[in-house]
Design a binder for this molecule. Structure first.
Ligand SMILES: C[S@@+](CC[C@H](N)C(=O)[O-])C[C@H]1O[C@@H](n2cnc3c(N)ncnc32)[C@H](O)[C@@H]1O
Length: 332
């Protein structure tokens, strides 16, 4: 039996001691995902890694999302960073991000997030971190030198001749904007286009435009009313009142001891997870990588599910979760 998570009612929602059942109030009390999904049956049995609060599935995102849909599990929030267009070769057949034309990349992501919508509760939120790419049309680099660290590999899609329109030398592809509009056209409500401002961007060697130092973190919902608690993430005013967070997030990129070539900074998952996941709720990352979303969720008392096509990254994420669980068990 699903149980209702008790949350303190807001003052305006209480009338004569009774809770008004408005859609807004109902959204603040989502039905809890039964714990049995994590402990019994097909999901934990087929997971690459499972413990009482986390499950990692190794495989293509479409097939693994379908597995979640078939099981009937529903999550409270989805916090993810898909592969960026033409930026990295993860060395896996079926990986996303290396499609010949950016339109195919956008169409593929719309399909993924359409499946995500079926796993997300009606009160849930989807958060997507994504950056942009320039078309180059210059062909494969010949120097053999690794340009921009791990970002440069062989012939990237944007090094091909292109279509002369979107795909034209020096063109900024506007991938984040195109994705947000495509998702809007597909029925999502776009609530914010949060801008991640990077004070320490990867240097790009250009002379005729500004250096790129931002990405986007889109906040999208299925419905007008959804779970959102500004208190853990808001700005505390001298009067004591809490204003919502700003839509510009100034934070460094995760570097140095990062496990993954494109690791999330924990600062990027903080607001999404804390504001839109109810206590004990479930967070999903369909492009899990090294498991930053899951690790943050676990450390803050949430349950989580991750999907990734790469065995190497599934292992890294599983090791991170095991270490947190072992620490929790020792402290208990
Ligand atoms: C930008 S990274 C995610 C990084 C992650 N947020 C972290 O903190 O480490 C994108 C991930 O998507 C995975 N990926 C790419 N194509 C995929 C597919 N078709 N199905 C599942 N995972 C895929 C890659 O293996 C990679 O780990």
């Amino acid at each position: 039996m699903a149980k209702i998570i008790p949350l303190p009612p807001s003052r305006s929602s209480v009338e004569g001691g009774r809770l008004k059942q408005t859609p807004a109030n109902q959204a603040l009390n989502p039905v809890a995902t039964p714990q049995t999904f994590f402990t019994e049956g097909e999901l934990p049995e087929t997971a690459y890694y499972a413990d009482d609060r986390s499950m990692i599935f190794k495989g293509d995102v479409i097939g693994e999302l379908q597995r979640l849909i078939d099981s009937g599990i529903q999550v409270d929030s989805i916090v993810t960073s898909p592969p960026y267009y033409g930026q990295r070769d993860y060395g896996e057949e079926g990986q996303m991000g290396l499609e010949a034309h950016p339109r195919q990349f956008i169409d593929g992501l719309v399909e993924v997030f359409d499946l995500c919508r079926r796993v997300l509760k009606d009160t849930g939120s989807l958060w997507v971190n994504i950056g942009d790419t320039y078309w180059s049309g210059k062909g494969a680099h010949k120097s053999g030198e690794i340009k921009q660290g791990a970002r440069r590999f062989g012939l990237r899609p944007q090094d091909r001749p292109g279509d002369g329109l979107w795909a034209r030398p020096k063109q900024l592809l506007l991938i984040p904007h195109r994705l947000a509009i495509a998702l809007q056209d597909d029925g999502w409500l776009v609530r914010n286009d949060n801008v991640w401002v990077k004070p320490n961007p990867i240097p790009d060697q250009v002379r005729d435009r500004s250096s790129m130092s931002h990405e986007y973190v889109f906040h999208l919902t299925k419905n007008r009313w959804y779970y959102y608690d500004r208190h853990p993430v808001g700005r505390k005013m001298p009067s004591g009142s809490i204003l919502p967070p700003l839509d510009t997030w100034i934070t460094n990129t995760a570097r140095g001891k990062s496990f993954h070539k494109a690791t999330f900074s924990e600062d990027l998952v903080r607001t999404p997870i804390l504001a839109t996941t109810p206590p004990g709720g479930v967070v999903l990352d369909p492009f899990n990588g090294s498991g930053t979303t899951m690790a943050f969720a676990r450390r803050h008392g949430f349950r989580s599910i991750g999907i990734d096509i790469s065995e190497e990254y599934c292992d890294i994420a599983a090791d991170r979760l095991k270490a947190i669980k072992d620490r929790d068990d020792e402290e208990a």
